[in-house]
Ligand binder design. Structure first.
Ligand SMILES: *Cc1c(COP(=O)(O)O)cnc(C)c1O
Length: 394
């Protein structure tokens, strides 16, 4: 690849996003790496088979398609290595298994994605790993929760659904001072909007299902590691037998080339809709760290270079039937899980039942929005009609 030339000037990120992981000269000049499918990889000689130096030796352990995305993501994330997994959740569980020890202890933010928490309570606990959840906004309280057995800490910034913004660099500094590994689920920002390794994260988790895919048609996870953790991460990935679907990886590589454009537009559209919602009389509060006045705004401004199009609102109190009238009749907003696609989505949420270390008080029903690429005026009209139904059914 031409970028291997050590005398070439350093390339800026937008340029790297276009070129990283591509090697047309190795693919007959074709611009994109194709989908390599395969289990068996042939060795020409006994020496090659026993020598362990052939670039690819078995389909599960690597292919040119996987390698292209791994290299490109490591480049963008400033990581020593990246491994791919079949879903975002398996990226979380791989990262946790890389740092967990029997008889050990994990600190996990109360605001993590619910299935991440269920893995700690449902699988790691049975392996003798204890988890303590911490209030992501209470640094002094967190300091008291470290134990001699604490091996790692996991944060998500901003928190799932409620969008509160922890001071991740400060949390990482507390952990590093105690020799504790630092993990972040960076799906909301992606490495383009949060340089998590530079801010002190050892392992950075991304659900590529969301913005990297960008079209609601793949499931993929990525874990990147700094030099301290790269070998242990890849080893655990191999031990678990994880590999992502080749077609999903191909689609992620395609998504990668436009990721910055799509994220910038998601930010613009998201902020417009968030402001519009904040001005509605039916809305009690908008939770979007990119909005001035949001409690997490100062940290967001300090640490992030952008916001994605995912945010939440708390409505003023409304009966369930009124909420159903609003949501059931939406024309453009789909109701469904996941986010980061080209289409706008909304889902109701209620964290009261599973958060244990922090309190989240909502005035009324809560909704999470993922704003897509539709004309925002049409999205506003769809929501305005929804609020009319809500008010009529009150
Ligand atoms: C969606 C999501 C995941 C899981 O991704 P899947 O591909 O659905 O398994 C993990 N973390 C966060 C923050 C997510 O939003």
């Amino acid at each position: 690849m031409s970028s291997d030339d050590p005398t070439a000037p350093p390339r800026r990120r937008r340029t790297r996003l276009v070129h990283a992981g591509r090697a047309p000269d190795e693919q007959f000049g074709f611009v994109n790496v194709p989908i390599y499918r395969g289990s068996t990889v042939l060795f020409a000689t006994l020496d090659a088979l026993e020598g362990g130096r052939q670039r690819f030796g078995y389909g599960r352990r690597g292919s040119p398609t996987y390698r292209a995305l791994e290299e490109a993501w490591s480049d963008l994330a400033g990581a020593a290595d990246t491994v791919l997994t079949p879903s975002g959740l398996s990226a979380v569980t791989l990262a946790l298994l890389t740092v967990a020890k029997a008889g050990g202890h994990l600190l996990v933010s109360d605001g993590v994605y619910l299935p991440s928490r269920q893995f700690c309570d449902g699988a790691l606990k049975a392996l003798g790993v204890e988890t303590t959840y911490f209030d992501p906004l209470d640094l002094a309280g967190l300091e008291r929760l470290f134990k001699p057995e604490t091996s790692a800490i996991l944060v998500e910034a901003p928190s799932s659904q409620t969008m509160e913004m922890p001071d991740a660099p400060a949390i990482f500094a507390l952990a590093r001072a105690r020799g504790v590994a630092t993990l972040i689920d960076d799906t909301w920002a992606t490495p383009l909007f949060l340089d998590a390794h530079a801010k002190g994260a050892d392992l950075v988790i991304d659900a590529g299902t969301k913005y990297l895919g960008g079209h609601s048609d793949i499931l993929l996870g990525l874990v990147s590691a700094n030099a301290d953790w790269a070998r242990r991460l890849r080893r655990m990935h191999g031990l678990l037998g994880l590999c992502a679907g080749a077609e999903d990886v191909f689609l992620a590589l395609r998504g990668l080339r436009t990721l910055e454009l799509r994220l910038r537009e998601a930010e613009r559209q998201g902020l417009r809709l968030a402001r519009w919602l904040a001005a509605r009389p039916e809305v009690a509060r908008v939770m979007h760290p990119g909005l001035p006045g949001d409690p997490g705004h100062d940290i967001w401004k300090r640490d992030f270079t952008g916001a994605s199009g995912l945010f939440s609102v708390a409505l003023k109190p409304a009966p369930r039937a009124a909420l159903a009238a609003m949501l059931d009749g939406l024309d453009l907003f789909g109701m469904g899980y996941s986010w980061g696609g080209f289409e706008s989505l909304v889902v109701p949420f209620d964290v009261a039942r599973h958060r244990t270390a922090s309190r989240f008080e909502a005035e009324g029903p809560c909704l999470r929005f993922s704003i897509g690429l539709e004309d925002p005026a049409d999205l506003e009209a769809d929501l305005a009609a929804g609020f009319e139904r809500l008010n009529a059914a009150r």
